[in-house]
Design a protein around this ligand. Structure first.
Ligand code: APR
Ligand code: ZN
Length: 355
């Protein structure tokens, strides 16, 4: 990515990976999902300075380990973590919120790891998985069993963890509850599955793309509606009260507001989608008190990747989390620009690049 605002990426074969540090691992990326956040970096919603190698939802095989890394070996299969826990700070220990640890993330984000003709560049979110090889700090990978297909594994690195984690870790969806999920892309479909796993009684998917509605049902939504039909569905399902849980998985301010309105008094509205910094959502000063709703952001699904990635893989192994079905298209890196366009158009659940 050369400039913020451009809609295409340059495909280059002359970008080199910089040298491995003592605390790093080098990974051969075998699979990487194309996530809406990649598009959001291109259009400036998520700020990151170009030139940049995009991609942050990846899995692969360790090719080299730094001299201080004694618990990973060449050949290990790993999932890339774009917000790694340092394991030592107060977020990682006392607060039990390792997803919010910035010690490694900020360093990894600001670090150049690639170079082209002498110009160094960073990887998106400290990752950069649209490259065949990338460098990660040791904490930026989670080792998995080598019999797990790496295409399935790659999805866990961002969208699946984000959506399932929003339900299980952040909103804490309870059995028998009613849930509405805005957006049936990769993150929304993962949230629908998270709500199903949590035992929600009703799961309503909302998407503006009619083709997404059948798909949402296939992943566990009990109802799937266009935005204009949501109010009726809410009244029918909740007797007008509103949903116990609403999850916004798109990143649009107006829909964040709608998600709050669709939440019942005392319910939980969870913001998963990423909007622009200059965009505002307003609430009146009375309703925040009077409705006693919980309004909560969910960053990386509130995860502790060291345990949650394995938890999700066990759910997948036991048939409770459908990951293969989320792969709408398998593509080559040469198809990246049409793939990004398909994400902009909301056409796909996930496209996975196979190197
Ligand atoms: N109303 C209803 N549905 C919408 C609207 C809208 N105004 N705008 C977009 N959608 C739908 C699209 O049709 C698509 O199905 O939202 C879905 C978004 O899915 P993806 O593009 O696959 O995005 P995803 O990767 O799931 O990410 C969603 O989570 O992590 C964040 O940065 C990410 O903000 C993004 C959000
Ligand atoms: Zn992502």
């Amino acid at each position: 990515m050369r400039e913020v605002g451009e809609t295409t990426l340059d495909l280059c074969d002359d970008i080199e990976m910089l040298d491995l540090g003592p605390d790093d691992v080098a990974i051969k990326i075998t699979h990487t999902g194309v996530c809406h956040s990649d598009v959001s970096v291109m259009n400036g919603t998520i700020p990151q300075e170009p030139p940049l190698v995009l991609g942050h939802e990846g899995a692969g095989i360790i090719e080299e380990v730094g001299s201080n890394v004694d618990d990973l070996a060449v050949g290990d299969h790993v999932i890339v973590v774009w917000s790694p826990p340092c394991g030592k700070c107060v977020y990682c220990t006392g607060r039990n919120q390792p997803n919010l640890c910035i010690n490694i993330t900020f360093g990894a984000m600001a670090r150049t790891k690639f170079a082209q003709g002498g110009q160094e560049m960073m990887g998106m979110a400290g990752a950069g998985t649209f490259a065949e090889r990338t460098l990660m700090p040791r904490q930026g990978v989670v080792k998995i069993d080598s019999d797990i297909p790496l295409d399935v594994a790659s999805l866990i690195g961002c969208g699946v963890m984000t959506g399932v984690g929003a339900c299980l870790n952040t909103a804490k969806v309870s059995p028998g509850s009613s849930v509405v999920v805005f957006g049936a892309g990769g993150v929304g479909v993962a949230a629908i599955q998270g709500a199903r796993i949590a035992g929600a009684a009703e799961i309503v998917a909302v998407d503006k793309n009619p083709a997404k509605l059948d798909e949402a049902i296939a992943f566990g939504a009990t109802h799937a509606v266009l935005p204009e039909d949501l109010a009726d569905t809410k009244n029918q399902i909740t007797g007008g009260d509103g949903f116990d849980y609403a999850l916004e998985c798109i990143g649009v301010p107006a829909l964040m507001r709608t998600a709050y309105d669709m939440t019942r008094r005392g319910g939980t509205c969870c913001i998963v989608g990423v909007g622009r910094m200059e965009e505002m959502v307003s609430f009146n000063a009375f309703e925040l008190f009077y409705n006693e709703k919980t309004l909560v952001g969910s960053y990386y699904g509130g995860t502790d990747v060291r345990t949650d990635f394995h938890r999700l893989l066990r759910l997948w192994k036991s048939g409770k989390l459908n990951l293969e079905g989320m792969i709408t298209r398998r593509i080559s890196i040469h198809e990246i620009n049409p793939a990004l366009e398909a994400v902009r158009n909301g056409e796909v659940v996930r496209q996975v690049i196979e190197f």
